[in-house]
Design a binder for this molecule. Structure first.
Ligand SMILES: Cc1cc2nc3c(=O)[nH]c(=O)nc-3n(C[C@H](O)[C@H](O)[C@H](O)COP(=O)(O)OP(=O)(O)OC[C@H]3O[C@@H](n4cnc5c(N)ncnc54)[C@H](O)[C@@H]3O)c2cc1C
Length: 312
């Protein structure tokens, strides 16, 4: 299936999701065209030239940073010129800013937060969750010869390997944006970015009390881990929302995810199940977290923490 991927980049760096989108697009058999909309598209073409990409479409625009109506106009023009069957965007704040509008305007099929895709008898089938991730369902798009999809981050392994894609410049003259990117404002909390941590120590309601948090902050520090948590700890005001893992928090992909006292609700799993090695400690042998854990201990988390403290 001919698929158009729209690259995401921020502050001069390609976002990791772009390579995941390429992998997803390539799994549909191709050809795969990747559009990069930027002040200097050539700055990104090397990073985009990976296995599975047939052509890179460089669209030069005024601002290097994302502006939703510029992207919408550019992608609309690319669709008219290149006629892809599938248009693949990230399920990200940027793409949510124009993907649905684009689909509505063009009358295409549409699905967001897609985590699996396949072609069946020449038709596209997408999978996504419903009802707060309590059930998964399949979607097809009868009557649509074109589909716009927003794909979930970390659901596909990033495309890699050297590619041999040609680069084509596409000229677009968007009408002036209603919303302009004027600059970046740094988050003032001084908090960490759990999405880039290699080792997360994640605590949940099993720790019992806010007073117990300090012990796990110290343990995380001693182990060289970053502390993250489940949602109830954020709802209770014990931890900042930047530390929350899950559907309404952050999607993490640490190499190690050590999880103490978290039951493994689907909304939590949605944010961490692709971590490299998941080690779970829970007193309940039936806890759902053990379904995704590579290693598990049915044990009291405080006893485990005490033993770990002796080691570090
Ligand atoms: C729309 C929506 C979005 C949501 N988004 C998120 C999200 O992004 N992230 C998220 O985490 N949740 C989210 N939730 C909430 C989610 O459904 C769960 O309620 C939540 O994940 C439960 O957190 P928990 O596992 O810490 O607590 P609990 O489910 O209460 O589990 C505590 C666990 O600790 C164990 N335990 C207790 N004492 C000990 C001990 N001494 N030693 C070892 N184990 C012990 C228990 O056996 C239990 O399994 C969302 C819910 C909805 C409806």
């Amino acid at each position: 299936m001919k698929t158009l991927v729209v690259a995401e980049h921020v502050r001069g760096e390609l976002r990791p999701i772009t390579l995941e989108l390429i992998a997803a697009a390539a799994s549909l058999g191709g050809p795969v065209e990747v559009a990069v909309i930027a002040a200097d598209p050539a700055a990104y073409t090397d990073a985009l030239n990976v296995e599975g990409v047939d052509e890179i479409l460089g669209v030069a625009v005024e601002s290097d940073e994302f502006e939703n109506d510029v992207y919408q106009q550019a992608v609309e023009k690319l669709i008219a010129e290149r006629d892809p069957q599938v248009v693949v965007l990230g399920f990200t704040v940027n793409s949510m800013g124009y993907g649905p509008a684009l689909a509505a305007k063009l009358g295409t099929g549409f699905a967001s937060d897609v985590f699996a895709l396949r072609e069946e008898g020449g038709e596209l089938v997408a999978e996504r969750s419903f009802y707060g991730a309590k059930v998964n369902g399949e979607i097809d798009f009868p009557g649509h010869d074109r589909v716009v999809l927003l794909l979930r981050a970390t659901a596909w392994p990033p495309a890699e390997g050297a590619g041999s894609a040609g680069v084509t410049e596409v000229s677009v003259e968007p009408t002036p944006s209603r919303a302009r990117h004027t600059g970046w404002v740094e988050v003032q909390t001084g908090d960490v970015d759990i999405t880039t941590a290699d080792f997360l120590l994640s605590v949940g309601r099993g720790i019992g009390d806010k007073e117990n948090l300090e012990q796990f902050e110290e343990l995380a520090q001693a182990m060289g881990a970053t502390l993250s948590c489940s949602r109830p700890l954020v709802d209770a005001g014990w931890m900042p929302s930047a530390r929350q893992v899950g559907q309404s928090g952050k999607t993490v992909k640490s190499k190690v995810y050590l999880v103490l006292g978290i039951s493994g609700a689907v909304q939590h799993l949605a944010g961490m199940k692709t971590c490299g090695t998941i080690i779970a400690v829970n007193t309940d042998p039936e806890a759902a977290i053990f379904n995704v854990a590579h290693y598990g201990a049915v044990a009291d988390l405080f006893e485990v923490a005490e033993e770990l403290e002796k080691l570090y």
